[in-house]
Ligand binder design. Sequence first.
Ligand code: IVH
Length: 677
Amino acid sequence: MSRSGKESSPARRIEALREEIRAHNHRYYVLDDPSIPDAEYDRLLRELEQLEAEHPELDDPDSPTHRVGARADEGFATVEHVVPMLSLANAFEDDEVAEFDRRIRELLDVESVTYTAEPKLDGLAISLRYEGGRLVRAATRGDGQAGEDVTGNVRTIRAIPLTLVGDELPDPLEVRGEVYMTRSGFRALNERLAAEDHKTFVNPRNAAAGSLRQLDPAVTADRPLRFFAYQALAEAGLGDNQSAVLERLREIGFPVSSLVRRVEGLDGLLAAYRDIGEARDALDFDIDGVVYKVEDFDRQQELGFVSRSPRWALARKFPAQEELTTLRAIDVQVGRTGKLTPVARLEPVFVGGVTVTNATLHNLDEIRRKDIRPGDAVIVRRAGDVIPEVVRALPEKRRSDLPEWQLPEHCPVCGSHVELVEGQADARCSGGLVCPAQRKRALEHFASRGAMDIEGLGTKIIAQLVERQRVDDPADLYSLDVETLAGLDRMGEKSAAKLVEAIARSKDVSLGRFLFALGIREVGEVGARNLARHFGGLDALMAADPEALEAVEDVGPIMAAHIHEFFSEQRNRAVVQRLLDAGVTPQAESAEPAGEQPLSGCSFVLTGSLSSMPRSEAKKRLQALGAKVTGSVSKNTRAVIVGDSPGSKLDKARELGVAVFDEDALAALLEGRLPEA
Ligand code: IVH
């Protein structure tokens, strides 16, 4: 497909471009295997458009540039279907499939039957008529006997060939299949419609139907519609059985779903349903079941029809993924971090194969945006393994006096006030120290290394203390005795005594660590230290208003708001007071760093266990001398200080050529002497 055609006659170049574009359409829509980028395709199309504009005498109604037909101002003409477009009998259970297979075997008087299993595409059926290899008419299903002529619109769907590929094609040829919209195209379309303040579509099927019934084909052309063929009318003689016909349809230019398979007997039917069901979520288009068809056309003929459905086919439907129910209430749950999450309590409804009574509403913003109210009729969706969700409310079904939903002012778990910070999507419980929902996490944080550093008070011990109601908040830790602790699982007399000691030791703490230990949102170790230095004492800090807080280095409006909210909750203040009463004495840090700072500007990493002191103490003492102590080795690290059985940090130091200090060197450091590397 060279561009040398440009030099030859316009007629030849135009024909070459038409062929090339058709071939790309085929690769893209039928083979699902595009060979050029979209931009290159667009360039070819533009070149052709330009040439055709310059040479109107070379026009051809089936040129790929003529995807847009005439407006249907008078509405759509009616088309009689010479062969009616039938519907399919439905089944929902394995039993019904077994019954279908049994009946067919009996009628045909055979042992086993071969079927095709095809995805049941969730779009709308369309019948396409080709004469002389060219698309001459497209009609919707309508009532099955007569539909609407939507040729102008269908011509804009690139997945549908305007001309067929190959010789000795049946003429005329009528092909039937499903027009649908991709899920990704549907989402993009809805986003676009919403941005332009237009009404959005509920699902891809409605979007496809709405797009196909546009009076102006230019609108249809702009919609991401696709097509899969699933049937050629019998007279066409494209083959003796369903799979052969589908294969032939693919060859002459129609997209056919790659999920179609040939199966044997009942086991094959049931396995295909499972396989296609498993593939479902990953598809970029909606399917709502599996269609079974007797493979052999002679056998189909023998079986014939009952009322308006073929006896040789069955639609095994997936359980519906969307159902209508009533929203009884919106409850609010409190997470470990204090985040409030709304949960929909529903009138039980069977959807996606299970009975659903709770569903997610995502977040508070979403409830407001979608105006969902307790008492509303709502659409609930459960797709695959995804958590059920409330998609939207149906305000048209709403009683006129139904009040809007209000966010509770108090935490449903602990009663502390609810905090809504400007610019933050989530509401939170402000009772960080007292809320049972946040209790374990608050205690874990309180005891952690960078905070009160209580050795031996880990997750498992905390969980037991909370569950046995020995500890409700951090202040309770300071009244624990050896006896109580020794009564916990996997805790001996000795370790209990050690833990009591560690708790007692933690009373002696810097103000910065103490502030960090309180677990105020957004307040990290550095922030806490800055606050401690700035205010010099707890009282001044607790009395500060947001403005005063924002004056501190690196404290922005959100952090200031969180600190202020925290201390305006009386329950938090009470816990702080009880901590002080228990003997915790946060030591003020002066604005000027205390003492000399001989190690300022030096950064160290500690690894392995030290014999002279716990690592946390070495860290504290190094920091007191102005050093930075970090967790990872970089080329900026002054030295890695190693104790017994050091980890990978030592390797890293060697790799980067960073100095390695032993405990003697550490001792020298702590006396303010920097050893030679
Ligand atoms: S065959 C006589 N195959 O399901 C058989 N139909 O209830 C005619 N459908 O209106 C239909 N995927 O829109 C057939 N692979 C498939 C299908 C399919 C979806 C739709 C079609 C039809 C409805 C039948």
